[in-house]
Structure formats: structure tokens, C-alpha cells
Design a protein around this ligand. Structure first.
Ligand code: GUN
Ligand code: ZN
Length: 425
């Protein structure tokens, strides 16, 4: 039993439907074996649990563990290339790096660097876009399991338009994926996601093979990319003349449902939004990637009005790092700048997108806010004394303002503690 005494910010009430930031200046979270059993004032908690260890975190701000709904495992060494649009960036920057994960020792080293990147940024749960190599995925799942993070991931599949070393076929991808599902799905905090790279590199037969895996393995997830770049979208239309639109390439294969997370969706048709809302699928919004690749503005307002669920993703390595605070403020910037009319986001919206929206998106009901009944997945933001963020938090007008400063200025250097299920990482 541990009593965490802290200043706590979280978003149990969705700010997109009228909720406000919940903030407590000095509160006790009683945690028993990873579970938050009560949220009360410190004296009450102390009196009820005189034997409990007390951890005083009041020199920082405690927020829920951050949730990244789109981040690429094999791109940790490819972060930071500038100046290319998507298809060119894939050819020149991302795919040559991804091919290197054919080497098991290389893949193991990258898996370690990747998990360090997540934890350092305060990310405690993630939908991880995997590698094209089954051996690399096995090594990643093993490392992810040891890390304690809540990870959903899977073998990436493609059968065209990529370097030969990254291609597979229906039979091989089905066999390798099923073996990984049998070995890892449901083990501890791990889950499996069928992961066709995108319909630009996967034909109808390969996509349908993914759909069969979903049908035969109830509870597994699906992740891919959707409507990111205009050249990509016209390529997809050529490869899939049978499909009504980009989303339909996945839908015809049985890949569009509640456990489907599709990254980007910058250029959707109204029909696609309506269908995603009907199916309950999720869009992973990745604003630094969209900016770096000049892919476009994310039509957040249309997603909200259509009832499509949205959460935040870093999209490392087109995205510029693992820091979801940076993704939050970049989303704010782009909504401000969108010539077609963005949504005016507050700091509470940003925290929701980075925490509770991600938990809902990934059906991680046990995390996302710091309430009784939830698991203690948490991040302590505590900048070094005298740094601009420290000064900013101290002089903030109110808690929303302090939270805005955390998004505007926060980096991994300001993350002083990360817990998953009550265990410090
Ligand atoms: N579409 C297909 N693959 C990728 C990728 O690795 N990054 C991004 N941003 N989009 C993609
Ligand atoms: Zn991506």
C-alpha cells in the first residue's frame, strides 16, 4: 500500500463534450498492488492507512501516463529527416532503416532504444507499428514484456511498392502472424495488431488475409495508415479499383471495426468519416509528422462532427520524437492555423487527447485518468528548479494555464517519474 501525495491534473470528463480539467492542488491517491483504491485528502488517507508508505510528489505535477496511439518501432534511428513528402521520405529515409531489422542483433538494439524513448517521454501505453520481420517482432515483444509497458503491436505486411526485402505473401504473412499471436497476444500487458503497412503497399489478397486473422483470433487489433498524402491516395485508388475509397480497401477485407486504429486521415471523404463513426474505428492524429512531411492539416472538426474517435500519436520517425506533450502543442498550433477552420483547443483538450482519449481508443479502461478503480499509470512532471517551465508553472494564472505551459515547454528532461501499474519504471 502506497499513498501518493501530489498535485494532480487529469480529464475524467471529456473536454470535447463540455468537461473541464480536473485539478487537485494537494490530494492523496491510495494505491494497493497497482490499483488506485481511493482519492481523498491526505489526512483521511493517512488515518485510514497508517501503515502505508507515503510518497510526496508535491514538488511536481502528476498526470496520467501518456498514451501514444501511433509510433513506429523500426524508425527510432530515422527521426529527424526533414524536407521530403511521404513517399519520398519512405524511400529515402524510413525503408532503408527498416530493412536493417532483418539482422536480429540490430533489431534487439533498436527495440531497447525504442522502449527507452517511450518511457523517457512518459508514455506508458502504445499502439506500436511493428517491423516487417517476424524475428524482430519476437525480440520486440520480449523486450516490451520485460518493460512492463502496455503495448499493442504486430508484424507489418506488404506485398508491393516497397524494397523486396520488406515484402511478404499471403501464406508467409499468415503463418508468421499467427505464430506471433499465439506466442504474445494476451500475455501480460501485450496485445497483437494485424498491421498492413498501407493500401499503397498491400493488395486486396494480402489485406483479406489480415481480415481472416482478425476473424479467427477474436480480440486482436488492426492498425494501418489512411488518407495521409494526396499522391499516396491516388496511388491507392489505382491499386484498388474495386474499392469505393481508401477506407473501403480495408473495409472490404474485414479490417474496419472498433479495434481498428488508422493513422492520419488528413484528406477524408464524408463517406469514410461516416463509415468510421458507424464502425467505431479510431483515428490516430499525428501533428508533428503531418507538419514535417507537409502532409496537410488534420480536419479535427469534421472528425468530431462525424462522431469519429480521435487520439494522439507521435508517428516516430516521421514525427519528431516520442514527446506527446509536443504533439499536443503542435496539434494546437495546426488547429489555429488551419485555413479551413480548426478547433480552438485548450490545455484540457490536449491532456485528454494524450491520455483519456488514448485509453478509450485502445480500450484500456483500466488507465487514462487517476480515479479509484483505475491502475496507477502516472507521470510526474517536475522541471529542474529555475528552468523556464518551472518558473512558468510557479507563476501560472491557474491550473489550465500551468497545464498549457507543460504542453508548450515540457520535454523528457522534465519527466521525473513514470509508473505503470504502481511500479516505477
Ligand atoms: N505510410 C506508410 N508507412 C508509413 C510510415 O512509416 N510513416 C508514415 N507517416 N506514413 C506511412
Ligand atoms: Zn505511421
Amino acid at each position: 500500500m502506497v499513498i501518493y501525495r501530489a498535485r494532480v491534473f487529469d480529464t475524467p470528463d471529456n473536454p470535447f463534450t463540455g468537461g473541464r480539467l480536473r485539478s487537485a492542488a494537494d490530494i492523496a491517491l491510495v494505491v494497493d498492488d497497482g490499483l488506485i483504491t481511493s482519492r481523498t485528502d491526505f489526512d483521511t488517507a493517512r488515518a485510514e492507512h497508517p501503515e502505508a508508505q507515503v510518497v510526496d510528489l508535491r514538488d511536481g505535477v502528476l498526470i496520467p501516463g501518456l498514451i501514444d496511439t501511433h509510433v513506429h518501432l523500426p524508425q527510432v534511428r530515422a527521426i529527424g529527416h526533414l524536407g521530403r513528402p511521404l513517399l519520398d521520405w519512405l524511400d529515402q529515409c524510413a525503408l532503408p532503416e527498416e530493412a536493417k531489422l532483418a539482422d536480429p542483433a540490430y533489431a534487439k538494439a533498436v527495440a531497447g532504444e525504442f522502449l527507452t524513448g517511450l518511457i523517457s517521454a512518459g508514455t506508458t501505453s502504445a499502439m506500436v507499428f511493428g517491423s516487417h520481420f517476424a524475428g524482430a517482432m519476437d525480440a520486440f515483444f520480449a523486450a516490451a514484456s520485460a518493460s512492463g509497458l502496455r503495448i499493442t503491436s504486430g508484424l507489418v505486411t506488404s506485398d508491393r511498392n516497397l524494397p523486396d526485402a520488406l515484402l511478404t505473401d499471403v501464406e508467409r504473412s499468415t503463418e508468421e502472424s499467427q505464430a506471433l499471436i499465439d506466442r504474445w497476444h494476451g500475455q501480460g500487458r501485450l496485445r497483437y495488431a494485424v498491421t498492413p503497412r498501407f493500401s499503397f503497399s498491400a493488395g486486396p489478397e494480402l489485406l483479406a488475409a489480415g481480415g481472416r486473422l482478425v476473424e479467427e483470433n477474436p480480440g486482436i487489433w488492426v492498425t494501418s495508415h489512411l488518407n495521409e498524402n494526396v499522391d499516396e491516395i491516388s496511388g491507392v485508388a489505382q491499386i484498388h479499383p474495386e474499392a469505393r475509397d481508401y477506407l473501403d480497401t480495408y473495409d472490404r477485407a474485414g479490417l474496419v471495426g472498433r479495434r481498428t486504429v488508422l493513422a492520419h486521415n488528413l484528406h477524408p471523404q464524408d463517406r469514410e468519416l461516416a463509415r468510421m463513426a458507424e464502425a467505431g474505428s479510431v483515428v490516430a492524429h499525428c501533428p508533428t509528422s503531418n507538419s514535417a512531411l507537409a502532409s496537410g492539416f488534420f480536419p479535427l472538426r469534421r472528425h468530431i462532427e462525424s462522431g469519429v474517435r480521435v487520439a494522439l500519436g507521435s508517428d516516430v520517425g516521421a514525427g519528431t520524437g516520442f514527446n506527446l506533450l509536443k504533439e499536443g502543442v503542435q496539434s494546437y498550433f495546426m488547429q489555429q492555423l488551419d485555413p479551413s477552420g480548426g478547433v480552438a483547443l485548450t490545455s484540457a483538450h490536449l491532456l485528454h487527447l494524450a491520455t483519456s482519449a488514448g485509453a478509450e481508443a485502445l480500450e484500456l479502461d483500466e488507465v487514462g485518468v487517476l480515479s479509484p478503480g483505475k491502475r496507477f499509470d502516472a507521470v510526474l512532471v517536475r522541471p529542474a528548479e529555475g528552468q523556464p517551465l518551472d518558473v512558468g508553472i510557479r507563476h501560472a494564472a491557474d491550473d489550465e494555464d500551468a497545464l498549457a505551459k507543460i504542453f508548450a515547454m515540457g520535454t523528457p528532461a522534465d519527466i521525473a517519474g513514470v509508473w505503470v501499474n504502481g511500479t516505477p519504471l
